[in-house]
Design a protein. Structure first.
Length: 256
């Protein structure tokens, strides 16, 4: 990649962003690493918050532990990166556990049909995002939106689909993100109501390409590409769609 292309991909860092990283660096030099990623602590906190008993579903524990290990060893994140990853993984695991609880308590949800979904596929930066957004305008299509992928619990319902605490929280989080990284949306437009990609669903199984868009993690990528159970994740993907539509927000088909 040439120098011009690299400059185009760089994200502008605000003074606040840099201050967070400087504080973390000072603490590390003093032998204090308050923000080091720890998979066991993430699991413990998410299970406690969700009121979840027993072992984790599917390959979530293996995927999470491999991901955290790879970030710590390969990426060696700065303080902001570690905080962001910890927040993301705790929220993700909590969401997965709440989804599993709802499906367990309402087994009939998994009998509901997912009829003829449409999948848009293609290489990155080839127009798939804008195509997804255009086709999403068709009322016959139902796309998973950013807010309901980030905060899927409780299940979306028609009366509050466009105005609910989950969506408001995502809007608040995005405003904070765009203050820290002012040119983020220039690189990739994102809003609480934008259609979301399948990688944001598969992350709930910790078997997704999403972490590789945030960190350089070749160890995790090797597992993801060559050893992770893709069939298990695709089965969860279907269950996630069944869960989302169980609240009554439906269309003729899913657009993915």
């Amino acid at each position: 990649m040439d120098e011009t292309a690299l400059q185009e991909l760089q994200i502008e860092r605000t003074p606040m962003f840099n201050r967070i990283n400087r504080v973390g660096k000072i603490l590390k030099k003093a032998g204090i690493d308050l923000f080091k990623l720890d998979a066991d602590k993430i699991i413990k906190k998410a299970k406690k918050r969700a009121g979840y008993k027993g072992s984790l579903p599917g390959q979530t524990e293996e995927g999470l532990k491999r991901l955290v290990r790879s970030i710590n060893q390969d990426a060696q994140p700065n303080t902001f990166g570690a905080i962001a990853a910890k927040t993301l993984f705790e929220r993700t695991l909590y969401g997965r556990l709440k989804i599993e609880q709802v499906l367990s308590e309402n087994p009939e949800i998994e009998n509901r049909e997912i009829k003829e979904p449409i999948f848009i596929i293609g290489m990155p930066r080839t127009g798939t995002t804008i195509l997804h957004a255009m086709l999403h305008e068709d009322p016959a299509h139902r796309s998973p939106l950013a807010w309901e992928c980030l905060f899927p619990y409780p299940v979306p319902v028609p009366d509050t689909y466009h105005n609910n605490p989950q969506k408001k929280q995502v809007e608040k989080n995005f405003r904070q993100l765009f203050k820290l990284i002012p040119d983020f949306q220039v690189k990739h437009y994102m809003d609480a109501d934008t259609p979301q990609e399948c990688l944001a669903i598969n992350i709930y199984d910790f078997n997704s390409y999403l972490p590789a868009t945030l960190f350089s993690i070749p160890t995790y990528q090797n597992w993801f590409l060559n050893n992770a159970d893709k069939l298990s994740t695709l089965r969860f993907h279907k269950r996630f769609l069944q869960y989302l539509q169980s609240g009554g927000v439906k269309a003729e088909r899913w657009l993915l």
